[in-house]
Design a protein around this ligand. Structure first.
Ligand code: SAM
Length: 383
């Protein structure tokens, strides 16, 4: 586990840490040894701002959907976004929910956290301002098909157990092709936390992070590890705190809803859920978390496997290259990196840091409501 004094702190990446190929790619984007530190400082500022926006997006999605503080009907954020952008006004139903949220004195995990985001004075003005921003952002995604939307939006911590299905498939492929393969030390970049998604908020379950426990259980099920040591890094303190506190809870409960999909997918999900209800204590105790920005920082530790799902899509091309450089530095020779970002530029980045492609596939989850739903995985190996 990450013990306070046993692990070296996260180090900020230096220009000299990068391979010559990565340095050349950065130079062609105007970044060199002279301005690298300023560029990194700029990314840190931008990440903090995007994280603040992401937390306020979750706040607004909570105010629109939660039943914890009101009997009013849930409001669908995407429809609210359309209405707001087209009319320029905040409807009465939304204003009522905002007032009810600001006035409630109830305390639940979600309510208490989201109340902490409100300023002491003028909390309704804050809600209206963040509503306008969050609705414009959501409109850009849902109705204006903004290119590279994820590369500039606020940082969401949304996570679903579904994200681990492609990962399970990737690990099954590795097991089949490499008999005897074992992973002992695993790093999860951006495990996320389900607190108030854009749609389908289920607030009868407490906020939770499940990827670290799902990955540990999958590694056990595939006999790729007995009790893997799972270390997580994330920029979000709420995610870090959940993971650090989880093993100290008495019940070790995680709650999921089975999402509809193909029978093979649903069977996989039910099987995993039954093994994580409750999470085996030895798994919970082997999971730890540390605050780290994967674009600008690295740990002085080596892992057999690094996993990053639904994280890299938030990075622009330069940020992606830096994140991949930091991930490569934390892999032991022969170690694997699995992610689900199939952006074309990524292969050049991988080659520049010395990660070789092993496999990439799309995985069907179900028919979906409008079109079939797919996830993907790509596996790379450190030479
Ligand atoms: C959308 S969630 C994905 C959660 C989970 N991996 C999944 O697939 O369900 C993205 C997570 O990455 C984290 N994250 C975003 N940018 C990051 C960065 N630069 N360094 C580390 N974590 C980051 C966010 O805080 C969030 O917890």
């Amino acid at each position: 586990m990450f013990l306070a004094c046993a692990e070296p702190p996260a180090q900020t990446v230096q220009y000299s840490d990068l391979t010559p190929a990565v340095q050349r790619m950065l130079q062609s984007a105007g970044i060199d040894t002279g301005n690298f530190a300023d560029h990194i400082a700029g990314i840190e500022r931008k990440t903090a701002e995007r994280e603040r926006e992401g937390e306020n997006d979750h706040l607004i999605f909570y105010v629109l959907q939660s039943k914890e503080f009101t009997k009013s009907a849930r409001l669908e954020p995407a429809l609210c976004a359309k209405q707001y952008v087209e009319s320029g006004t905040i409807p009465r139903t939304v204003q009522t929910r905002m007032k009810q949220f600001a006035a409630t004195t109830l305390d639940t995990g979600r309510l208490t956290y989201f109340r902490s985001l409100l300023p002491r004075e003028n909390s309704l003005a804050h809600l209206r301002r963040e509503y306008a921003r969050a609705m414009q952002s959501l409109y850009a995604k849902e109705f204006a098909a903004k290119p590279r939307y994820y590369q500039s939006r606020g940082h969401s911590t949304d996570t679903r157990i579904t994200a681990n299905y492609a990962l399970w498939t990737a690990l099954s492929v590795l097991k089949a092709s490499q008999p005897g393969l074992k992973f002992q030390r695993v790093l999860i970049v951006g495990p996320g936390m389900d607190i108030a998604p854009r749609t389908g908020l289920v607030d009868r379950y407490p906020p939770q992070s499940h990827q670290p426990y799902a990955v540990a259980q999958i590694l056990r099920d595939l006999s790729l590890s007995e009790t893997p040591r799972i270390e997580c890094v994330d920029i979000n303190d709420r995610v870090i705190q959940f993971i650090r506190n989880f093993a100290h809870q008495s019940g070790l409960r995680l709650d999921f809803q089975v999402s509809p999909g193909d029978p093979e997918y649903e069977n996989w999900e039910r099987n995993l859920m039954s093994k994580l209800a409750p999470v085996p204590r030895e798994i919970a105790e082997a999971v730890s978390a540390e605050k780290l920005n994967i674009i600008t920082q690295r740990l002085n530790s080596k892992y057999d496997l690094v996993v990053a799902t639904n994280v890299l899509l938030y990075f622009d091309d330069t940020e992606l290259l830096l994140a991949i450089s930091n991930i490569e530095s934390m892999l032991r020779a022969g170690g694997y990196f699995i992610h689900n970002e199939l952006r074309g530029a990524i292969d050049l980045d991988m080659a520049a840091v010395g990660l070789a492609p092993v496999q990439a596939r799309t995985v069907k989850i179900g028919e979906g409501t409008k079109a079939p739903l797919y996830d993907a995985f790509a596996i790379y190996r450190k030479k």
